[in-house]
Write a protein that binds this ligand. Structure first.
Ligand SMILES: Nc1ncnc2c1ncn2[C@@H]1O[C@H](COP(=O)(O)OP(=O)(O)O)[C@@H](O)[C@H]1O
Ligand SMILES: [Mg+2]
Ligand SMILES: [Zn+2]
Length: 268
């Protein structure tokens, strides 16, 4: 008979069974709600999938979302609007945070994605990844993150010259994810192939009524006319499609990493 012992530091839902195996002191963590069956008894109602399965599913979804390690800890709680409280920078960041929170709260009753516009380091990727994490953890949504340049590279690498197509193992999850973040749209040199590929991905998701969240450093009307606009980078067709399917959130401000450095400098 395996000996059952409770471990104070293993949380209320965990007990440890010592298997009594001589060669290794094998210990198996078993869920106290379901005893490892995956089904939990509900008084008067029969059984339902155990809560341990739900958290296991969330962990799988989180891994499948491919949120980069650098952004693993990003949440709405640790996004702190910067600048003096009445400045345009501070307000744009506070509104972006509020809109990101509302998006998660309202999901799935949302019919638009988001385009986060803004210069480098204002937290566009922070907020986009915070939304994905919150959707996975709070709502069990199937999400996916891709830096656009990495996605284009993955598509190119999977290209099969014989069939003249890219393998669907790369594109299928991109088409199928319920919510997709495309980070740094427009960052790649806009060749015809890049434009066509971007447009095809976004259009397919639009036709399937899937939500897409985009970040970009390019704006519609650059202050300096020498600079390229988002339309220059992605083409007219894709820009106008994005108008239909996403809300614009413009974030202003300084690069957060510079602010940190300046603050550090001031302390010493
Ligand atoms: N307002 C903020 N509060 C807390 N961290 C921030 C804020 N803005 C940016 N950061 C952090 O600064 C770094 C750069 O932000 P990032 O989201 O990569 O910027 P962007 O995508 O706009 O270039 C990240 O580590 C991010 O977590
Ligand atoms: Mg970014
Ligand atoms: Zn269980």
């Amino acid at each position: 008979m395996p000996g059952v012992s409770s471990r104070s530091n293993s949380g209320p839902a965990q007990q440890v069974i010592s298997m009594g195996v001589d060669s290794a002191n094998l210990q198996l963590a078993v869920c106290t709600w379901c005893g490892g069956t995956g089904w939990e008894m509900v008084d008067g109602k029969g059984v339902r999938p155990c809560r341990c399965r739900i958290s296991e599913r969330r962990n799988q979804l989180l891994a499948a979302a491919r949120i980069p390690k650098r952004y693993e800890a990003c949440s709405m709680d640790n996004y702190i609007p910067q600048g003096s409280p009445r400045s345009q920078e501070f307000l744009s960041q506070a509104y972006a945070l509020r809109d990101a929170k509302n998006f998660v709260d309202e999901y799935p009753i949302v019919d638009h994605g988001i385009v986060f516009f803004g210069p480098c380091g204002v937290g566009k990727t922070h907020l986009a990844t915070a939304i994905l994490r919150a959707l996975v953890i709070n709502k069990g949504v199937n999400c996916l993150f891709y830096d656009f340049r990495d996605l284009l590279k993955a598509i190119q690498d999977s290209y099969n010259p014989v069939s003249q197509t890219s393998e669907s193992r790369v594109l299928a999850p991109v088409f199928e994810a319920e919510v997709l973040v495309l980070d740094e749209l427009g960052a790649s040199k806009p060749t015809d192939w890049v434009r066509d590929t971007m447009t095809q991905i976004v259009n397919t998701r639009y036709n399937d009524k899937k939500i897409t969240i985009i970040t970009t450093n390019f704006v519609d009307e650059p202050e300096n006319p020498q600079e390229e606009s988002l339309t220059d980078r992605v083409g007219v067709r894709l820009r106008s499609r994005l108008y239909e399917m996403c809300r614009n959130i413009c974030i202003k401000g300084q690069d957060y990493r510079m602010i940190l450095q300046e603050n550090r400098g001031r302390r010493f």
